[in-house]
Design a protein around this ligand. Sequence first.
Ligand code: NDP
Ligand code: 8X3
Length: 249
Amino acid sequence: MDKTALITGATSGFGRAAVERFVAGGWRVVACGRRAERLQALVDALGAGNVHAAAFDVRDEIAMQAALAALPPGFRDVDLLVNNAGLALGTRPAQDASLDDWRTMIDTNVTALVTLTRALLPALVARRGAIVNVSSTAGKYPYTGGNVYGGTKAFVSQFSLNLRADLHGTGVRVTALEPGMAETEFTLVRTHGDQAASDALYAGARPMTATDIAETIWWVANLPPHLNVNRLELMPTSQSFAGFQVHRS
Ligand code: NDP
Ligand code: 8X3
């Protein structure tokens, strides 16, 4: 196996589990995230020949370009881009929500994702590589308080499908992965650090795990080259659908 994946959001949750899965499968991984000490822990645990730590904020295009330019030999030829870094902030209804939170979600989940994708596309085309974009069920099914988060994930899914159209004939595969509830640091971040709220959300629900999602990314990325998963929606068995709401005066 002589393949390299670049995985964003590698300091936690899906991204960290994906780094571990791909290294276990024999890939080299460029692990990206802001928390450099967590990236270094991955390098220490998995080996400097297997993991390269690239610490930058995905919203900082100059830092992103510098990190790409600084990739060492053995990590430069990216075969797979996993656009996983992202977040939700807040659950307030739109009329009460924080505009700063909205801007952070758009900058991270949308602007940074397309910036990194654009930067790596020529190399991915040259190598007939693949892209896995981590979207969400929130991009398809509306819920109260999902407002801009769901909007960013709808963008991620539609951008993924449009990439497929533009990449027609190149051999580059693109997948939008659309998970539902999974227990990671996602809710801790969304609630601005409320561990009790995070614990309460997942309690007794048997949510998906980061490993479930990492295994799915691994499966998608290792399908035969003639096979493309366009979009893939996943939920824990405990999660399903509810009806519309009706306001009565
Ligand atoms: P975590 O909070 O555990 O991980 C999020 C990752 O994103 C962290 O590694 C974080 O790294 C990184 N990240 C966030 N902002 C930035 C930034 N500005 N620059 C660089 N990296 C950043 O959550 P998940 O693993 O659950 O989330 C991963 C993806 O999955 C997200 O896109 C999320 O929207 C999506 N998702 C999550 C679901 C869930 O229920 N958990 C369901 C569906 C989709 P650091 O803070 O170190 O920079
Ligand atoms: C995360 C799933 O339902 O919390 O994208 O928005 S949800």
